[in-house]
Structures are given as C-alpha cells and as structure tokens.
Design a protein. Sequence first.
Length: 112
Amino acid sequence: MAQVKFGITFSLNDYAYAEVDQFIECVDNVSEENNLRQRYIDFLNAVLAKKVKPSTLVDVDVLNLFIGDLDNRAHIDYLEDHWKDDPRITAGGKMFWGRCNKLRAIHQAALS
C-alpha cells in the first residue's frame, strides 16, 4: 500500500472535532475492499486523538478519502454559503477549504 507523509499540522477546534467525528459516522458508503473503511476509521480516530503529525505516513487511498470529505464539508459550509447566518460554521468551512487545498498540493507533489 502506497503511503505519503501527511504533511500538515491538523489542529482541532470544536468545529473540526465535530466534523471529523461526523466523517466517522458517514463511512457506510466507503468500500470495504482492502479494509479501506476500517483503515479510514482508524485514521480519523488518530486525527481526533491528535496522533497525526506532519511526518505521519498515511495510506494514499485513506488520504484521498479525507481530502474528499474536507472538500465536501468546505463546499457546504463555506463555498456554497449555506451557513451565511452562522459565522462560526462559515469560518470552519473556510478552514477546511484551506487544509484541503494544502493537502492536495502536498500530496500531488509527493506522488509526482
């Protein structure tokens, strides 16, 4: 299984903690092939436990799921302006958008 360094510091505020926890609740659509679902759950739990550092090696398929979840949440909470009346959620979505883009850039470069 190909792995890459995570590459960023992923600090957790209340928004990030709640949303990453929600990612775990929504893994039913993740394939069970190659134990992907469980590996993703394990990764998310490590994020919540603050055990994922920039130097942490992460399976590429797991990281792609995480980037996709960050992207999805950022679109809903920030880019599509669904929460314009709640600046805390909008700010959280903006934060996820930034992290999503940083992870994409780091990992595209690592895999090139």
